[in-house]
Design a protein around this ligand. Structure first.
Ligand code: PLP
Length: 400
């Protein structure tokens, strides 16, 4: 590519977009603006900020940075991923219909099926891998199709371009929950979607120390509604939370590179293990979404799910026996986590069409030494020959 026409790369934007050094002091890291209110030069004459729920300089920096990374002209930060989703769903009217994935994030399903349905929102869960079914599930009232790819916890891959086209042909908007891939691995707006939603709690924050959400869109009408709702309903993130997400975003690319590499090693290891029935990782050639993932993502992500031949008892045993993989909900941070979706993250969908196999475990692969991660799993899966070595190592690590 010609250097003169090439814009700044992802890593450059992640560090600089919206984050110029402080104009007054020259501070390279812009200050965290805690003020709730701003002096006005005259009645109703302010300098861009008046009250911190409506607008805050630290939040504005995050909104510029993340919208830029998603290739969106509009971005809105929220207090959590669910608050971001809620704002988007509030743009619908009673009687409107949404097509949702039949393996949506449990909280998304709950928000639509239990909260918004009370206010007249209709929905149809569908296998997004079956494009005919997706097209057939559209109704005259369908205003939105919701995509999660890779999905949680099965890591299925949905065709963003094809589904966006179906949505457009039906006069509906296509929303992509880009939490698992992040804008570093996948650019849904480029692929044809209208809206991206994030839980910034995960890879964008990246250190398990902040809860946040985000909406990015190319649609100016929707942007106006979401911006209005952000202020009107007030589920805004604190300035400090915005700072933490901004700080996390700066290292997103390097974290993602290593986490994807670690996840690929772990997926291969599990794939060849006798106690494992199936591995869900889009990077494996055996994964049904592998070719599609190769097309629409730049790498396969760092989430790995697998089922145990021994069923739920074996899954619970493994989840309880790892040393470095910490048994906890959430994902996307520097430390590796393991969880049992049926009893933990996906308990809210237990007796719904979205219920998950109790033999399933989900890993969020972090930044630890990959040999240690493999050993930890090998031990937990009952490879007794190596168990002692791991036990000694784990105890040396103290907190692990
Ligand atoms: C965690 C998560 C959410 C919800 O975000 P919160 O920040 O926990 O409110 C939504 N979608 C996906 C895919 C998630 O992993």
């Amino acid at each position: 590519m010609n250097d003169e026409v090439r814009g700044p790369g992802f890593e450059t934007l992640a560090i600089h977009a919206g984050q110029d050094p402080d104009a007054r002091t020259g501070a390279v890291v812009p200050p965290i603006h805690l003020a709730t209110t701003y002096v006005q030069d005259g009645v109703a004459s302010h300098r861009g900020f008046e009250y911190s729920r409506s607008g805050n300089p630290t939040r504005a920096m995050l909104e510029t940075a993340l919208a830029t990374l998603e290739g969106a002209p509009f971005g809105f930060a929220f207090a959590s991923g669910m608050a971001a989703e809620d704002a988007l769903l509030r743009c619908l009217r009673p009687g409107d219909h949404v097509v949702i994935p039949n393996d949506a994030y449990g909280g998304t399903y709950r928000l639509i099926a239990k909260v918004h349905s009370e206010w007249g929102i209709k929905f149809t869960p569908v296998d997004l891998g079956d494009l005919d079914r997706v097209a057939a599930s559209f109704q005259p009232e369908t205003k939105m199709v919701w995509i999660e790819t890779p999905s949680n916890p099965l890591l299925r891959i949905a065709d963003v371009t094809a589904i966006s086209e179906i949505a457009r042909a039906n006069g509906a908007r296509c929303v992509v929950d880009n939490t698992f891939a992040t804008p570093y691995l996948q650019q849904p707006l480029d692929l044809g979607a209208d809206v991206v939603v994030h839980s910034t709690t995960k890879y964008l924050g990246g250190h398990s120390d902040v809860v946040g959400g985000f909406v990015a869109t190319i649609d100016d009408e929707l942007a106006e509604q979401v911006g209005y709702l952000q202020n009107a309903t007030g589920a805004v993130p604190s300035p400090f939370d915005c700072y933490l997400v901004l700080r996390g975003i700066k290292t997103l690319a390097v974290r993602m590179d290593r986490q994807c590499a670690n996840a690929a090693v772990i997926a291969e290891f599990l794939h060849g293990h006798a106690a494992v029935a199936a591995v869900m990782y889009p990077g494996l050639e055996s994964h049904p979404g592998h070719d599609l993932a190769k097309l629409q993502m730049s790498d396969y992500g760092a989430m790995v799910s697998f089922t145990l031949r021994g069923g739920e008892p074996a899954a619970l045993d493994v989840a309880a026996s790892t040393g470095i993989f910490t048994l906890a909900e959430s994902l996307g941070a520097v430390e590796s986590l393991i969880e049992h979706p049926a009893r933990m993250t996906h308990l809210s969908v237990a007796s719904s069409p979205l219920s998950v196999d109790p033999a399933l475990l989900r890993l969020s692969v972090g930044l630890e030494t990959v040999e240690d991660l493999v050993q930890d799993l090998e031990h937990a899966l009952g490879e007794s020959g190596r168990a002692r070595g791991v036990a000694v190592r784990a105890s040396k690590l103290g907190a692990c």
